[in-house]
Design a protein around this ligand. Sequence first.
Ligand SMILES: C[S@@+](CC[C@H](N)C(=O)[O-])C[C@H]1O[C@@H](n2cnc3c(N)ncnc32)[C@H](O)[C@@H]1O
Length: 268
Amino acid sequence: MVSSSPSSPSSAGPASGTVYLVGAGPGDPGLLTLRAADLLAGATEIYYDHLVSDGVLARCPPGARLVNVGKIGHGPQTAQHDIERQLVNAARAGHRVVRLKGGDPMLFGRGAEEALALEAAGVPFEVVPGVSSALAVPASAGIPLTARGYASSVAIVTGHSLAGAPAPIPSADTIVVLMGVSNAAAIRDQLIAVGLAPSTPAAVVEWGTCDRQRAVDCTLFELPEAIARHGFGPPAILVIGEVVRLRTRLDWRRARALELDAREQPCP
Ligand SMILES: C[S@@+](CC[C@H](N)C(=O)[O-])C[C@H]1O[C@@H](n2cnc3c(N)ncnc32)[C@H](O)[C@@H]1O
C-alpha cells in the first residue's frame, strides 16, 4: 500500500474528540518533543503511564483531568481493554485527549493496540513519536550504540521474550534489552547459549536521563551479580556489546559531575 499525507500534523493544539498517542520521552522533561508539549498544554484529559516523569506531568495544564493508568510490573494494573474503553469514551465526550506513554508510544508500549482500538471505534487519533529509552538511555550513559569500528547493527529486545521459552535471539553487534533487569540471569544464559562470549562487555543503566540515573559496566557473565550487588531495579536497560567499552571515555555525566566537584573544592 502506498500512502501520502495531504498535510503534516498541524502545529496547532489538540482538537476535541481526537486522541493523541504521545511519547513522553525517557524521563528528562527536556527530551519531550515540541509537539508533545503543545498537545499537553491544550489537553483536557490526560491518561498517563507510571514511567511518565513528574517533570513531564508538571507540564499538564492545571484544569486538565489526569488519570494514572500505569501498569507496575506485577503490581496494580488498569486492564488494557479498560484503558482503551476510557480513551474512546473521553473522545466521544468531546475531550481533547492525550494518551501519554513513556519513551516512544510504538516501542513496547502497547501503542499499536490502543491505536487499533481507536480505529475500530472510529475515533480519530494522531501518533506523536517520542524519544525512546532504547536509544536515549544508552546515550545518556555514554554508550554509542553503533560507534564506527565497534558495531554496525543494533537489536532492541524485551527481556520477557529473552527469558522465556527459547525465542529467536536477533543477531546484532549491540543488543539493548528493555524490561530485562529482573530476568538478567536467564537472559545471560540464553545469550551465552547462542554463542556470545561470557566476557562480552555489558552495562546496566537505571533511570536513564533522570537526575537519579545510575549505571554500571561489567561483562555479560557478571550481569546478574552486578544487578544484585548494586540493587538495580526497573526501569533499567541492559546493553551488551563491544560499544560498552567506550563508556570509560564517553561517560559525559560522570565527567561533568567530577568537574562540578572540582569547582566546589574550597580554595587552598
Ligand atoms: C514497557 S517498556 C516501554 C518502553 C518505551 N515505550 C520506550 O520507548 O522507551 C518499559 C521499559 O523501558 C525501559 N525504560 C524506560 N524508561 C527508562 C529509563 N528512564 N531508564 C532506563 N530504562 C528505561 C525499561 O527497560 C522499562 O522496563
